[in-house]
Design a binder for this molecule. Sequence first.
Ligand code: HAM
Length: 418
Amino acid sequence: MEIKKPRGTRDFSPLEMEKRDYVEDSMIGVLKSYNYRKILIPTFEHAELFQLKSGEEIQEHMYVFRDKSGRTLCLRPEATASVCRMFAEELRGKRLPLKLYYSCPMFRYERPQKGRYREFWHLGIELIGPKSPESDAEVITIAYNSLKKLGLKFQVEIGHLGILRGLMDDLGMDEKIQDRVIASIDKGDTENLRKLVDKQILFDLIETKGDMDVIERAEKLLGEYKKAKKALNELKGVLKWLKLMDVEYKINLGIARGLEYYTGTVFEIRVSGLGAQNQICGGGRYDDLIELFSGLKVPAVGFAFGFDRVMSAIDLQGIEIPRKATDVIIAPVNDTVKEDAVKIASQLRDELNVDVDLMNRKLEKILRYAGDIKARYTIIVGPEDLKKREVTIRNMKSGKQKRVSIENLKKEMIKICK
Ligand code: HAM
């Protein structure tokens, strides 16, 4: 019987995992340098958590199921609602700000295609507590610096949902309609948008994109609309900080985001050449979501990298990921020295990564194998050498060999490997 993996899921080979771990470590290094700390949330939650404020788009794609006690659960489709729930349940009363990050798989029942999976990874942060332009700017800068550090080429686009919502409030549109308008903008569904609104100013606003001149254009456009104008001023504050932090970006007042909980600054990062799924990161400010779960008015802002898309961008742009070589292969020349070979390996393992031949191969074949997997050294353990308490170290690159006493082996190997 042949059983295949479910549609939209993937297996990752050791080589792929090595690359993914390298990239993840590099990004986490940036998050840690800003003092973000790791959390973990459950793989499944009560479905209601995402039904309250995440929006239709997410709900349509959720894996919902009943457990044996009849509870309606779902696999987490994203982490922000979970983190807010966690704040209400576990973290309320802690000193603010809370700077949190997570790296774990999400599940969405979407139509699988290149860059779109049913199981995919988010590496994300949530900054809970501050409400200031510099905190929005910090979050965007972290995303920017994480990608720059990897050597990627990408474009950051920044918008503000307060401007869109503010304008719709000023136009007297109710919240339900606003949610539908925002969902249609996010999907690029102009036809539906035309059915929902007939005010040209909204269409003009979402087409307002470009460099700093956008702000002037938007100021003129929004002249008499107070709420929208106030949000535009907030955005100006964030942009000022981003300039200070040397972040390059474009302004796009048409960014709507697919999730309903955003209230302020929003941003998306794209990589050209990735096709339709070219958005590798999305995030923004959501000041009302924690209140929904905890009753406490605590503002927050965050983002998530679509980690799989970051990996595709790395491949696409030909960014070399350094491979981690095996330090040492230990080659027992025959059965009589196997026990010694295993003992030698254990002595070295607290410092190096060490393989002992487990295939009972002849020395010549072990050396060929060590060459194939690009091991750095082979330690040849032979009966004659052992009588003198010695082994032979072979440098696999140069082919040079030297004898070392077992007593000094560890010191010698650390010296040459590190
Ligand atoms: P999101 O935009 O839904 O935001 O997801 C973040 C990123 O995940 C997207 O930009 C995209 O790169 C990636 N992604 C989404 N769906 C898939 C998929 N089916 N396959 C592969 N990658 C995918 C959020 O989930 C928010 N929780 C982000 C956030 C955190 N906002 C504030 N804090």
